[in-house]
Design a protein around this ligand. Structure first.
Ligand code: SF4
Ligand code: SF4
Ligand code: SF4
Length: 359
């Protein structure tokens, strides 16, 4: 058991456990929401809707929140959008840049890319794809789930357990904690509900829990109605803990355990990254050039994430920011400039004082 060097460097302390994380492969998700339900059950999180569909999709929860720590997005796509996704994925994989060296003997001899770790649709790794240009090739191991004219993207979203976690950086009480497994959890007995972390998360994951009610001043302190169920941790910031309690007992997180398709994989973060890179290469070989990784790039604005995703379209399509950036990233530069400005003002003051003295 060795610490992940990059992670240990980032947090400035070493720990005996390898970093843990998820690899969520959205290409095999069937949208059953077993993960969402398992998370609610295990964590005793309250329901946040009356199980009514949103009207815009077959979803009923809409997004991550204080009561929904796993959320499965449903996205319908027509043939045009599928083609666009395939083209943008191809652009992500192969920039068409001139390169030095002999040409590859054949496309099948060259390993497909995907280990690039690119996290956004706008980036690229410059490595060659071996797709052969077939947009509907289905001759690999994956089942044929889509028609040429329509597909349904399903994606189970969760806290990213960022390498540079904005929520943790900005929390004034120290309620957010980096665990010995490299995950980020809220200490509910320390959180004072100020909500600073909510603004600090570039993914919009963490949220303060409320009970959905506004209590009139005249009723404060009154005994609750008999059939009222008290919402636990009301007012406290809430999000996925990566099942810290289960992890400490060497158990798989509830969502990953419940997933019937193994779309959610859990383990050491490095192993998850390797699995994700192999899977994206496999999909590229099958002609699914739209497959790309999200959260795998250690040079992105949050230093990579503990939760890695394989997406089949641009991150924005899934409601994910294409270029997430931790809000504290610019602090060293800002402090440096403020320091330089202060030194300059002191120097000017000294010059003015000396000049005034002489006159
Ligand atoms: S995704 Fe947001 S809430 Fe989760 S660790 Fe990163 S900054 Fe914190
Ligand atoms: S790891 Fe645990 S807390 Fe996080 S989404 Fe899965 S079940 Fe919920
Ligand atoms: S991630 Fe797994 S459990 Fe969740 S909706 Fe998809 S298939 Fe179902």
């Amino acid at each position: 058991m060795t610490p992940t060097p990059a992670f240990a460097d980032d947090t400035h302390w070493e720990h005996p456990h390898p970093r843990r994380g998820f690899f969520t492969d959205t290409s095999i998700c069937i949208g059953c929401k077993a993960c969402e339900v398992a998370c609610k059950e295990w964590n005793r999180n309250p329901a946040d809707s009356d199980y009514e569909l949103l009207g815009s999709s077959y979803d009923n929860t809409g997004g991550l929140g204080a009561d929904t720590w796993r959320h499965v997005a449903f996205i319908e796509q027509s043939r045009d959008r599928i083609e666009q996704a395939r083209e943008s994925g191809r652009a992500l994989v192969d920039l068409g840049m001139p390169r030095v060296g002999p040409p590859a003997a054949s496309s099948s001899a060259e390993p497909a890319s995907g280990g690039c770790g690119c996290s956004s649709g706008g980036g690229g790794c410059g490595s060659a794809a071996t797709t052969g240009g077939a947009s509907t090739a289905q001759d690999g191991d994956s089942p044929v789930l889509d028609t040429p004219d329509f597909r349904w993207l399903m994606s189970s979203d969760v806290c990213k357990h960022c390498t540079h976690a904005g929520c943790l950086d900005v929390c004034p009480t120290g309620a957010l904690l980096r665990t010995e497994y490299g995950t980020v959890v809220v200490q509910e007995d320390i959180c004072n509900g100020c909500g600073t972390c909510v603004a600090g998360c570039p993914f919009g994951v963490i949220e303060r829990r409320d009970d959905g009610l506004v209590e009139p001043k005249t009723q404060r302190g009154a005994a609750p109605m008999p059939d009222t169920v008290k919402v636990p941790q009301d007012g406290i910031a809430q999000k996925c803990t990566l099942c810290y309690d289960r992890m400490k007992d060497d158990q798989t997180p509830a969502c990953a355990q419940a997933c019937p398709t193994t779309s959610i994989k859990y383990g050491e973060r490095e192993t998850m990254l390797e699995s994700a890179q192999k899977r994206v290469a496999q999909l590229h070989e099958q002609g699914k050039t739209e497959a790309r990784l999200y959260g795998a790039n250690p040079k992105d604005g949050v230093g990579g994430t503990g939760s890695i995703f394989l997406l089949l379209d641009e991150p924005e399509v899934y409601g994910l920011p294409p270029d997430p950036r931790v809000p504290t990233a610019d602090l060293p530069r800002m402090f440096k400039r403020a320091g330089m400005a202060m030194v300059g003002m002191l120097a000017l003051g000294a010059v003015a004082f000396t000049a005034g003295d002489r006159s």
